[in-house]
Design a protein around this ligand. Structure first.
Ligand SMILES: Nc1ncnc2c1ncn2[C@@H]1O[C@H](COP(=O)(O)OP(=O)(O)OP(=O)(O)O)[C@@H](O)[C@H]1O
Ligand SMILES: [Mg+2]
Length: 419
C-alpha cells in the first residue's frame, strides 16, 4: 500500500507542477538549445539541441568520451556550458541558483555514493535533514521510499551501506534521489557496475517505479539493450554531437546513418522482411519417408522438437504431412505406416509467393506451417511462425545496404593506402 501513502504525500507537489506547467504551456521538461562545452582544445559537447518531454525516460548512449556525462551534469549545473541555454521546466537554469535548481533534480551515479558511516535512513534523508525536516517526517519518508523500492523498512532502515548488496545499495541511491520529490532525475550509468541479473531486476523496478511516480528521467548508459528497454526516447551521441534522437522503434527501423546502424548492431530489423518471399522466411523441414512406422515418427518429432513432419520420397518430392492427430488416431495399429495415415490436402506454396500470402495460409490453416516446394514438387523447406520471426529479426546478412557499407569501407581503405 506504499502507493496510497505515496500519492497523498506527493499530491501537493504534483498539483504545483501541473499548475506551473499549465502556466508555461510547455510539455518539455528539459531543453538544450545550442549547448556546447569545451575542455581546452577538446570539444566535449558540441551545439546540442534536444528536448525531453515531461514524464519521459530519455536514455543517452554513445561511445566512451562522447559527452554523455558532461551533458547530464550541465542539467543540474555541476558543469556550466560555454555556449547555449538549458531550460528546465521552461526556465533558463542560469536564472535559478544552483542550490535551488538541484532541489528539484535528483541525481544517481554509478558509484552510488552512499555515506558509509550513515545508516540507510540517514543516507536517504540527507537532503531533507539539511532542509530541517522533523524526525517523524524523516522516518515516514524513509518508510515510504523503502517500500517503494521493495526493501523492508523495518529491516533496512538502521543498517549501514556495507551490510547491503550492490543492487540493494543502488536501490538506496534511487530512493535518495527521490527523497525530496524532485520532478527530474538524472542517472549516470546507475546499474552498470551490477551483475546482469541484478541489473535486469533494477531496470524492471525502475520502469515500475516510473509508472507510479512519472518523473522525467535522463539516463546515461553504454548498453544498447538497456537503452532500448527503458528509454521512451534514445539519444545517440558521438564526438560531443547528437547523432539521432528517436523512439526505440524508430531507431531499430530507421537508423540515421552507418554509425547508428553499427551501434544498434544486430538488434535492428530487416526492412526487407516487409517485401519478403516464402523462400526468405523458410527453415529446413524435418522429413520422414512414407514407409516408416509411427513410433519412428514420434521419436523423430521428439528429437527435432517439432510437432509435425513432412513426408517426402527418396527424391525429396513432397507427399504430405504427418501431425500428432494422425499418429494418435492410428498408433495402436502397428501395421500402419506413415503413408497410410499422412494427410495430402495440406496447403503448400511456391518459393516466390509473397510472405503476406503465406501468412494468411498460416493463420487460416489448422497447422502452423506451410511447406515450400519447387515447380517439380520437390520440398525446399517450411515456413513456420518461428521462422518468420527469425527472418524479421535477422540482420541484413546479404542485404544490398550491408554490401554498400562494406564497399564504402573497402574504398576508404583503398584511398587510405593511396595517400
Ligand atoms: N574535467 C575535464 N577536463 C578535461 N576534459 C574532460 C573533463 N571532463 C570530461 N572531459 C572530456 O570531455 C569528453 C566527454 O566526457 P564525458 O565524461 O562527458 O564522456 P562520457 O560520454 O560520459 O564517457 P564515458 O562513457 O566514458 O563515461 C571526453 O573527451 C573527456 O575526456
Ligand atoms: Mg560518463
Amino acid at each position: 500500500m506504499a502507493l496510497g501513502i505515496f500519492r497523498y504525500v506527493f499530491a501537493p507537489t504534483a498539483r504545483r507542477e501541473r499548475r506551473k506547467r499549465g502556466k508555461n504551456m510547455t510539455t518539455v521538461a528539459v531543453r538544450f538549445l545550442g549547448v556546447s562545452k569545451r575542455y581546452g582544445s577538446s570539444q566535449a559537447v558540441s551545439d546540442l539541441n534536444l528536448s525531453i518531454g515531461y514524464g519521459k525516460i530519455a536514455t543517452l548512449i554513445g561511445p566512451s568520451g562522447c559527452g554523455k556525462t558532461t551533458s547530464l551534469k550541465m542539467i543540474n549545473r555541476l558543469i556550466e556550458p560555454d555556449e547555449g541555454t538549458i531550460e528546465v521546466e521552461g526556465r533558463d537554469i542560469q536564472s535559478v541558483s544552483a542550490v535551488e535548481l538541484r532541489r528539484n533534480i535528483g541525481y544517481v551515479i554509478q558509484q552510488i555514493g552512499l555515506f558509509p558511516h550513515m545508516t540507510i535512513e540517514e543516507n536517504i534523508t540527507l537532503v531533507l535533514r539539511l532542509k530541517g525536516a522533523k524526525a517523524k517526517t524523516l522516518r515516514r519518508r524513509t518508510e515510504e521510499l523503502l517500500d517503494l523500492i521493495g526493501l523492508d523498512p523495518a529491516f533496512y532502515r538502521n543498517r549501514y551501506p556495507r551490510e547491503l548488496s550492490g543492487g540493494q545499495q543502488q536501490r538506496i541511491g534511487v530512493a535518495r534521489a527521490l527523497a525530496s520529490d524532485p520532478s527530474i532525475i538524472l542517472m549516470d550509468e546507475p546499474f552498470s557496475a551490477l551483475d546482469p541479473i541484478s541489473r535486469e531486476q533494477l531496470q524492471d523496478e525502475l520502469l515500475k517505479l516510473q509508472s507510479a511516480v512519472q518523473k522525467t528521467i535522463v539516463f546515461v548508459t553504454h548498453d544498447m539493450d538497456e537503452a532500448l528497454k527503458i528509454g521512451d526516447v534514445i539519444v545517440l551521441m558521438r564526438h560531443g554531437q547528437l547523432v539521432q534522437a528517436a523512439t526505440p522503434d524508430q531507431l531499430l527501423r530507421h537508423p540515421a546513418d552507418r554509425f547508428v546502424r553499427e551501434f544498434v548492431g544486430e538488434k535492428r530489423f530487416s526492412q526487407r522482411a516487409l517485401l519478403a518471399k516464402a523462400r526468405d522466411g523458410m527453415t529446413e523441414a524435418v522429413t520422414i519417408r512414407p514407409s516408416q512406422g509411427l513410433a519412428e515418427a514420434i521419436s523423430r518429432m521428439r528429437l527435432h522438437h517439432v510437432n509435425a513432419l513432412i513426408v517426402t520420397d527418396r527424391h525429396d518430392h513432397y507427399l504430405g504431412v504427418l501431425g500428432p492427430q494422425e499418429i494418435y488416431l492410428h498408433f495402436g495399429d502397428e501395421a500402419k505406416q506413415v503413408a497410410d495415415v499422412m494427410r495430402r490436402e495440406q496447403t503448400i506454396t511456391l518459393p516466390d509467393a509473397d510472405m503476406a500470402d503465406v501468412f494468411s495460409y498460416l493463420e487460416k490453416g489448422a497447422r502452423g506451417f506451410v511447406p515450400v516446394v519447387d515447380d517439380d514438387d520437390r520440398l525446399l523447406g517450411v515456413v513456420t511462425r518461428a521462422s518468420v520471426i527469425a527472418m524479421i529479426a535477422t540482420p541484413h546478412a546479404s542485404s544490398p545496404e550491408k554490401e554498400a557499407v562494406s564497399d564504402e569501407l573497402v574504398m576508404a581503405n583503398a584511398a587510405a593506402k593511396l595517400e
